[in-house]
Design a protein around this ligand. Structure first.
Ligand code: HEC
Ligand code: HEC
Ligand code: HEC
Ligand code: HEC
Length: 320
């Protein structure tokens, strides 16, 4: 009898063990499949009509219906061994937005470069980023809750607009050619087929023209201009992100055009960053070791600083 009970007990624990084990597997597979994915700009439009209205007129949006039809595009696709730009993963990684209905579903081409290309795939942060807390509104949310909200959304893959270093590094992943998918081989093929690369991409010049959408804090209906102080800081942080991107890229390829572009980016960024040394001595350590981590630390160190006396002369005059 005692033995029987013991066996029953053993069986139960084994079953329980297997059950917990299976649960563990399920849990692991849930976390593994929680890789963030895009929901598409239509989802963002439900709440961000003003930003959407700006975006749909930009080249990022309009290019969707055009770029693949050009002769240039066809030559470049062919050079990398593809047939159609809209079906070639390499091209899609920079030119298009692929969405999923839910985790594991088949990807669908939804737009050109869109909201989530710049703010991060939103499947894991969409319900976090706008959650002020139970019964709270934008006006009554306390500061600690807001800080936690930004932190959680960021951990879930959101690139918050105030995280300027990460915003700029993300523009550079496409405009500076830092994407992971790039190899020495496909870079050479693209450059030989005359894919454009512009070493003069600079975040202020490129974000404060057609791309500018600055309607927050909520209820501001006008697309606001950026102040010279804010633009100066964005300019300097952009150069820091460029220096990191170009320094990492230089080892990726020996192609003359690509290498020359990366060298030019390094030279320009270094000169700008040296010019702020007296106002922001923290730049010294960054220049010695230009890594992502140090770039973020430098960006954090200059929050609230006015660097305009050093760099405002370099800002695009049409935005001043
Ligand atoms: C259900 C409504 C809703 C949807 C859908 C939504 N948002 Fe938001 N979003 C908000 C609200 C409300 C805020 C303001 C939060 C705050 O006060 O900081 C916000 C804030 C933001 C911010 C930060 C603004 C700031 O304070 O700097 C960004 C960026 C953003 N949303 C992007 C997106 C993108 C991209 C999408 C689509 C993938 C999206 N949102 C979808 C409601 C929404
Ligand atoms: C690393 C990101 C990246 C990848 C990968 C990429 N492109 Fe581009 N492409 C860009 C950027 C950025 C521009 C805009 C360059 C500029 O004008 O500054 C561009 C511009 C172009 C243009 C010129 C568009 C115009 O309006 O004149 C064509 C054509 C093009 N790409 C085709 C392709 C094709 C085809 C592929 C796939 C083989 C591809 N691209 C892959 C980033 C990329
Ligand atoms: C996912 C890749 C990607 C990201 C991220 C990205 N871009 Fe682009 N951008 C492109 C491509 C590709 C083009 C060229 C489209 C074409 O010509 O068909 C482009 C074109 C542009 C243009 C139009 C240039 C012209 O010649 O008219 C501007 C402005 C621009 N980007 C600004 C930015 C800024 C600012 C950021 C970051 C805040 C950014 N982009 C982030 C891929 C990207
Ligand atoms: C080319 C990259 C890029 C694209 C595409 C883009 N954003 Fe942004 N977004 C930015 C940058 C950079 C900032 C912050 C810069 C600033 O303060 O001007 C920003 C700021 C914001 C903000 C806070 C400022 C505001 O207007 O309220 C919201 C909200 C936002 N974006 C939502 C969106 C939505 C929704 C879309 C798509 C319809 C979108 N963004 C497309 C780069 C982008």
């Amino acid at each position: 009898m005692l033995i029987k009970v013991f066996f029953q007990y053993l069986q139960k624990t084994v079953t329980l063990g297997l059950f917990l084990g299976a649960l563990g597997l399920v849990f692991v597979s849930i976390t593994a499949s929680a890789k963030p994915f895009n929901l598409g700009p239509g989802k963002c439009m439900e709440c961000h009509k003003s930003e959407y209205g700006v975006w749909e007129k930009t080249k990022h949006a309009t290019s969707y219906k055009k770029v693949h039809k050009s002769k240039a595009a066809k030559a470049i696709v062919k050079a990398v061994g593809g047939k159609r730009m809209k079906k070639t993963e390499l091209c899609m990684s920079c030119h298009y937005t692929q969405t999923l209905k839910k985790a594991g579903a088949k990807p669908k081409l939804a737009a050109g470069i869109s909201c989530e290309s710049c703010h991060g795939p939103s499947s894991e942060w969409i319900t976090i980023h706008n959650n002020y807390g139970k019964g709270k509104t934008v006006k009554t949310e306390d500061a600690a809750h807001k800080a936690e909200r930004i932190k959680s959304a960021t951990a879930a893959g959101m690139i918050w607009p105030s995280a300027l270093y990460d915003i700029a590094a993300n523009c550079n992943s496409c405009h500076g050619f830092s994407k992971q998918v790039l190899t020495s081989e496909n870079i050479s093929a693209m450059m030989d087929a005359k894919h454009p690369i512009n070493p003069d991409f600079e975040i202020v010049a490129y974000s404060q023209g057609t791309v500018r959408h600055r309607f927050y804090p909520p209820n501001v209906t006008e697309n606001q201009k950026m102040s010279i102080t804010d633009m100066s800081r964005m300019f300097v942080i952009g150069q820091a992100a460029t220096l990191v991107s170009a320094t990492e890229n230089i080892a990726k390829s020996d192609h003359a055009v690509y290498k020359a572009a990366q060298e030019k980016r390094i030279a320009t960024a270094t000169a700008v960053l040296k010019s702020v040394q007296s106002l922001a001595p923290e730049v010294g350590a960054f220049l010695v070791t230009p890594t992502t981590e140090n770039g973020r630390a430098f960006a954090a160190a200059i929050v609230g600083k006015d660097l305009s006396s050093a760099v405002s002369g370099l800002l695009p005059s049409k935005f001043k």
